[in-house]
Design a protein around this ligand. Structure first.
Ligand code: HEC
Length: 118
């Protein structure tokens, strides 16, 4: 075989390998897809209280003291904003998922607000 064909093939193979390496998702990306990504929001306590009053207190009590759902008054000491965001998004046990009822930003804001409760 002629030398230039060999080296031509070699360069094409290298190019393909490079494209594959760049296009395959890295491990980090795969991990992020399994976990809902919390949007960045600036905490608005007022807005969080409104959302909680309409969506959460029926089960968690109007002082978040607990009812059907557990007490959330010191939940920020146990769970981070990201963990809270994931629970509100997907639900947990008998708690319904809120991803179709609230906007992502609203859930993130409530998560931030609850994370401050320590
Ligand atoms: C229909 C009743 C109901 C509603 C409405 C509800 N929850 Fe819950 N929630 C529960 C129950 C029941 C649990 C306990 C789930 C379990 O651990 O199995 C729970 C658990 C939680 C937890 C986890 C507590 C822990 O210690 O792990 C958080 C955080 C939470 N709820 C936040 C909220 C927020 C914020 C809202 C409003 C957006 C809300 N919940 C609305 C019933 C509800």
């Amino acid at each position: 075989m002629q030398k230039w064909i060999m080296s031509g093939l070699f360069f094409v193979a290298c190019g393909l390998a490079l494209v594959l390496m760049l296009s395959l998702p890295g491990k980090e990306q795969v991990a992020q897809e399994n976990k809902p990504q919390m949007p960045e929001v600036t905490l608005s306590a007022e807005h969080a209280e409104t959302v909680v009053a309409t969506s959460c207190i029926s089960c968690h009590g109007d002082q978040l003291e607990g009812n059907v759902g557990p007490n959330l008054q010191k939940i920020g000491a146990e769970l981070s904003a990201e963990q809270l965001y994931a629970i509100i998004n997907k639900g947990k046990g008998n708690m319904p998922a809120f991803k179709d009822r609230l906007k992502d930003e609203e859930i993130a804001n409530v998560a931030l607000w609850l994370a401050e409760k320590k």
